[in-house]
Design a protein around this ligand. Structure first.
Ligand SMILES: CC(C)(COP(=O)(O)OP(=O)(O)OC[C@H]1O[C@@H](n2cnc3c(N)ncnc32)[C@H](O)[C@@H]1OP(=O)(O)O)[C@@H](O)C(=O)NCCC(=O)NCCS
Length: 181
């Protein structure tokens, strides 16, 4: 049984990044850089307003990020990673982060949310395999872990093809003049 704990959920800020990295290292370790989903995230900025932290006092205890993607021809979000400080897992913090991020995604231009993760956990938020059957990711993935959630009903019925990252790049692209120089 999950105990609901009182934490504040707010948008992540640049000043949170060291704490977020520490939680990701503690929960996923080096493996996180080799995940197929990482191919859709690397060098890109997370979706603004949809990447959140859970804070207890001045301590970051959980993180969730969303990323702009096209799921075939459907504008969508890639959810993840979601991670909670190992000392604070099982208190409902992960669920609060996911519900808040999904609530914020509603009513925007995105039609769906996809992720690679444990179906027994994400099923409780409405994610299922059904919505990603005709989609591919840019690398190997266990099909049972490739899940989707429609934000508008029926949006994933015609989603087929490759998922591509579409978010802004974190590093500025050099101006043409400096390339020529
Ligand atoms: C997965 C994670 C984000 C969940 O956050 P959390 O705050 O611990 O989870 P909550 O307190 O909201 O929910 C706990 C419930 O989820 C279940 N749960 C947690 N991880 C699970 C998993 N991988 N598969 C199935 N169920 C899981 C717990 O058994 C518990 O079930 P209960 O409510 O029936 O008791 C967190 O445990 C974590 O950071 N894990 C390591 C990183 C990770 O695996 N991230 C997810 C990528 S798939």
């Amino acid at each position: 049984m999950t105990t609901m704990t009182k934490v504040t959920i707010r948008q992540e800020e640049l000043a949170d990044w060291t704490a977020i990295e520490a939680i990701l290292d503690a929960t996923f370790g080096e493996e996180r850089y080799r995940k197929t989903a990482q191919r859709l995230r690397e060098d890109r900025l997370p979706a603004e307003g949809l990447s959140l932290v859970a804070v207890d006092g001045d301590q970051v205890v959980g993180t969730i990020r969303m990323w702009h993607v096209m799921a075939g021809n459907v504008p969508a979000l890639l959810l993840g990673p979601v991670a909670v400080d190992p000392a604070r897992q099982g208190e409902g913090i992960g669920a609060q982060l996911i519900r808040m991020a999904l609530a914020r995604a509603l009513g925007r231009a995105y039609r769906a949310v996809i992720l690679v993760g444990d179906a027994p956990y994400y099923g409780r938020f409405g994610f299922s395999r059904e919505h990603t059957r005709n989609l591919s990711l840019p690398g190997p993935v266990d099909p049972a872990r490739f899940l989707g959630l429609e934000l508008t009903q029926g949006s994933m019925k015609l989603a087929r093809g490759m998922v591509r990252g579409t978010g802004d790049f974190a590093l500025p692209v050099p101006a043409a003049a400096s390339i020529a120089a």
